[in-house]
Design a protein around this ligand. Structure first.
Ligand SMILES: [Zn+2]
Length: 131
């Protein structure tokens, strides 16, 4: 399932949404907090400019809301339904999950956001001079 050409590949790996050839981020590890939002200016393979317009990635905040809910629901299901935690324990589990996964949630949101605007194009690599 996770092959180049699938949007999920770009979303989960943070690779360039157009050519899927390289990471958009300077540091692939989102837990290096100082660099969490440091991105390359352009893809060196297809020349795609990641920041499509000024403050483009502010829109990712809307996505992170949804992604955060998804993580919270997952934490709820695991803690409450599978582990039988009570309401307070479940609540704590949700908070801890959101805090621990925050860097991943923020990265995922950016990846989803840019993938909503940029389509995979296997030929983009060859067209580098035209873009
Ligand atoms: Zn690219």
């Amino acid at each position: 399932m996770l092959k180049k050409g699938n949007k999920l590949y770009s979303i989960l790996t943070g690779s360039c949404p157009r050519c899927h050839e390289e990471s958009m981020y300077l540091d692939k590890n989102p837990y290096h907090m100082g660099k969490i939002f440091k991105m390359h200016e352009r893809c060196s393979h297809c020349n795609l400019k990641y920041k499509i317009e000024p403050s483009f990635f502010y829109g990712a905040m809307y996505v992170s809301y949804g992604v955060g809910i998804a993580f919270a629901v997952a934490a709820f299901v695991i803690a409450n339904l599978f582990l039988g935690a009570n309401l307070i324990e479940t609540f704590i589990a949700i908070i801890v999950t959101l805090v621990v996964f925050m860097p991943i949630i923020m990265r995922l949101s950016r990846n989803i956001w840019i993938n909503m605007f940029v389509k995979y194009d296997p030929k983009a690599k060859a067209n580098i001079k035209n873009s």
